[in-house]
Design a protein around this ligand. Structure first.
Ligand SMILES: NC(=O)C1=CN([C@@H]2O[C@H](COP(=O)(O)OP(=O)(O)OC[C@H]3O[C@@H](n4cnc5c(N)ncnc54)[C@H](O)[C@@H]3O)[C@@H](O)[C@H]2O)[C@@H](O)CC1
Ligand SMILES: Nc1ncnc2c1ncn2[C@@H]1O[C@H](COP(=O)(O)OP(=O)(O)O)[C@@H](O)[C@H]1O
Ligand SMILES: [Mg+2]
Length: 279
C-alpha cells in the first residue's frame, strides 16, 4: 500500500476536523472489548471517541481509556447517533434481547459510516434484523471472522477454500462492504476486492478484532469512505501486529500491544519506506 492513501493532517486544524467515533461496544463482563475498540480508535487519529455503554462500565472505561468520554447507551434521551461521523457497533455487546432496539435504532436512523462487528453481526441474525440491515442508509462495513461469516450465511461452517466466495455472498446479500478476517484478510465491495498482506498468527488473540473495528471506525470518522477505511484499516492493523512481532514476538502479543503500535504503523505507511511494501 502506498503512503499517499493517507490524508495529511493540516497545520491549521483542531479535534473537530478529525471526526467523532461512537463506540457502542462492551457489556458487563466484556468491558475489555470496548477498551480495545476505543483505544484503537484514539490511536488511529479520530478527534474524539465516546463510548455508549451501560453505566456499570463508566469507571473501568474512564480508567482504561481516559481520553474517551462515556454516555449511557440511551439513543432516545441521551445520545443523538447522527452527531457521530462513525459508529463502531457490536464488539463485546452480548446477545441479550435488550440489544434489539439499539440495533434497530442504528440500522433504521443512522446515516454515517457503521462498522458492524461480533455480537452486532450475531444479533442481526439471532433477531432477524437483516431487513433493517439491507434497508439501512448508512455506509456499512461488516467485519466477520469465519465463524461469524458462517452465521451470516446460515451455514454450519465455511471451508477455507470457499472463503472468497462466502465473502462475496455476504457482500451481495447485504449490499455492504465486507471484511472477511483471518490470514490475508479480504475486503470486498461491489466489483472490488482487496487482499491484505500484513499481519501474522500472533494476532490470533482475544480482542484483536475489536482493535480492528476501532481502527476502521476511526478512519471513517476522519472522512475516508467505508471501503477505503476498511482497506487502510486492515493494512494498518496487520502492520501494527507485524511491529509487535518484531518487538515482542508472535507468541504473547496482546490486543492492547497491537493497538499501541498503530501510530507507528501509520508512520511507516506515511513514510512508505520502512514497511518494505510498495503496492
Ligand atoms: N476482552 C473482551 O471483552 C473480549 C470480548 N470479545 C467479544 O466476545 C464476544 C464473542 O466473540 P468470540 O469471537 O469470542 O466468540 P464467537 O462466538 O464468535 O466464537 C466462538 C466460536 O466461533 C467460531 N470461530 C471463532 N473464530 C473463528 C474463526 N476465525 N474461524 C472459524 N470459526 C471461528 C469457533 O467455533 C468458536 O468456538 C464478541 O462480542 C466479542 O467482541 C472478544 O472480542 C474477545 C475479547
Ligand atoms: N493467522 C492470522 N494471520 C493474520 N491475522 C490474523 C490471524 N489470525 C487472526 N488474525 C487477525 O486477528 C483478528 C481477530 O479478530 P476476531 O476473530 O474478531 O478476534 P476477537 O473477537 O477476539 O477480537 C482479525 O483481524 C484477524 O484478521
Ligand atoms: Mg471478534
Amino acid at each position: 500500500m502506498n503512503g499517499n492513501v493517507l490524508k495529511p493532517r493540516k497545520i491549521q486544524s483542531h479535534k473537530g476536523d478529525y471526526g467523532k467515533v461512537l463506540a457502542v461496544s462492551g457489556s458487563v463482563g466484556m468491558a475489555g472489548a470496548a477498551v480495545m475498540c476505543g483505544r484503537a480508535a484514539i490511536r488511529s487519529g479520530a478527534g474524539l471517541v465516546r463510548f455508549a455503554v451501560p453505566k456499570e462500565l463508566f469507571n473501568i472505561l474512564q480508567i482504561c481509556v481516559p481520553e474517551a468520554t462515556c454516555l449511557e447507551r440511551d439513543f432516545e434521551n441521551v445520545i443523538d447517533i447522527n452527531d457521530y461521523e462513525a459508529i463502531a457497533l457490536g464488539s463485546g455487546l452480548g446477545l441479550e434481547k435488550s440489544n434489539i432496539p439499539i440495533l434497530k435504532k442504528v440500522l433504521n436512523d443512522y446515516k454515517g459510516t457503521l462498522v458492524l462487528d461480533a455480537d452486532g453481526l450475531n444479533c442481526v441474525m439471532k433477531y432477524s434484523l437483516y431487513g433493517n440491515l439491507k434497508a439501512s442508509q448508512a455506509d456499512i462495513i461488516l467485519t466477520p471472522h469465519m465463524g461469524e461469516a458462517a452465521r451470516l450465511l446460515e451455514v454450519e461452517s465455511i471451508d477455507i477454500k470457499d472463503r472468497e466466495k462466502a465473502a462475496r455472498e455476504i457482500q451481495e446479500a447485504f449490499g455492504t462492504t465486507v471484511v472477511m478476517k483471518g490470514a490475508n484478510t479480504l475486503v470486498l465491495t461491489e466489483n472490488k476486492i482487496y487482499v491484505n498482506d500484513t499481519g501474522n498468527p500472533g494476532m490470533a488473540t482475544g480482542g484483536s478484532g475489536d482493535v480492528l473495528t476501532g481502527i476502521i471506525a476511526s478512519l471513517a470518522a476522519q472522512g475516508y469512505s467505508g471501503y477505503e477505511a476498511a482497506k487502510i484499516g486492515v493494512y494498518i492493523h496487520g502492520l501494527a501486529g507485524d511491529i509487535c512481532a518484531e518487538e515482542i514476538g508472535q507468541i504473547g502479543m496482546t490486543a492492547m500491544d497491537i493497538a499501541d503500535r498503530v501510530p507507528e504503523a501509520f508512520r511507516r505507511l506515511a513514510s512508505n519506506s520502512n514497511d518494505g511494501r510498495d503496492k
